[in-house]
Structures are given as structure tokens and as C-alpha cells.
Design a protein around this ligand. Structure first.
Ligand code: FES
Length: 163
């Protein structure tokens, strides 16, 4: 799509285009901050600073408020996330069945620690308090897939299934 700002650029970044449409949809709408941040995160995978600045400008809301909301809610991420989210359970049932060793095995294979993302943006590693599958402890989830009754030796093979 051609750029309409008068510059010589004939193309517009599709993400930027989607963001502009999102902002247009919510302009002047009270309570727009959270749905706009959610929409922007869906577009970019996280909330880059420049995107939050644009939201602030377009919604006419101080940047400090946009930043405050995005850091208050756990659903928002200010750093790039991996294509695959690995959530290793550290709840009680998993803990007593070796959940810590599973977590350490994932850390070792991926070379990142909790909250980290691999450089190739393939994986982000997180811990959770319970995945609701205690009968399968120890458990981890990758995206929507549950992997249970794990031993550390399983981890490499499981992670290799995810591009
Ligand atoms: S404690 Fe791990 S799934 Fe419940």
C-alpha cells in the first residue's frame, strides 16, 4: 500500500498499517488504552517503546499513563517474546516430582533463564505456579501443548519439535 504522508516511500510496513487502523478504530473512545495495547501487542508480539509513544500521541494520553498500564498488567510484554512460549510448572505437585530439575534442564538446553528469550526468538522461558495438570506432574507447556510425566532427558527431544 502506498504511503500517504508525502514521503518518497512507496510502501508502508504492514504492522504499522495495522496499528494505524487499530488507533483509528479506538480514537476518542473512553477506555481505549487496554484494548489498544492488546491489539498492538497482537500485531507486534510485544509493545515496543515507539509503538507506545505512537499510542500515547494518537490517543492523547500521557506516555507515563500508557507505560504505567503496560507495566501493571502481566499480559503486556515490553521485550520481544519467542515464537514458542515454554512454561515450566513449579507448583507443589510438580515440585515434589522433580519440577526443579525439569526447569534446570530447559534452562540448560535453551541457554536462558526465567523470563529470557533465545536470541533467535525461538523460545521464551517462564515458570508458572500450576498448569492444572497436577496428575501429570512434572509438567511443562509449550504454547498450547502439555507435556507431562517428564524426566530431564525428555527435554531436548521435546524442544526440538518446535520451530
Ligand atoms: S502443580 Fe504442576 S500442574 Fe499443578
Amino acid at each position: 500500500m502506498a504511503c500517504t504522508c508525502g514521503c518518497s516511500n512507496n510502501t508502508i510496513d504492514p504492522k504499522q498499517q495495522a496499528l494505524q487502523e487499530l488507533l483509528q478504530k479506538f480514537k476518542g473512545y473512553k477506555g481505549a488504552i487496554i484494548p489498544v495495547l492488546q491489539g498492538a501487542q497482537d500485531i507486534y508480539g510485544y509493545l515496543p517503546k515507539e509503538v507506545m509513544q505512537q499510542i500515547s500521541k494518537d490517543l492523547r494520553v500521557p506516555f507515563s499513563k500508557i507505560y504505567g498500564v503496560s507495566t501493571f498488567y502481566a499480559q503486556f510484554h515490553l521485550k520481544p517474546r519467542g515464537r514458542n512460549i515454554v512454561r515450566v510448572c513449579q507448583g507443589t505437585a510438580c515440585h515434589v516430582r522433580g519440577g526443579k530439575k525439569i526447569f534446570e534442564a530447559v534452562e540448560k538446553v535453551l541457554g536462558i533463564s526465567e523470563g529470557g528469550t533465545t536470541e533467535d526468538l525461538r523460545f521464551t522461558l517462564e515458570t508458572v505456579a500450576c498448569l492444572g495438570a497436577c496428575g501429570l506432574a512434572p509438567v511443562l507447556m509449550i504454547n498450547d501443548d502439555t507435556h507431562g510425566r517428564l524426566v530431564p532427558g525428555d527435554i531436548q527431544g521435546i524442544l526440538e519439535q518446535y520451530e
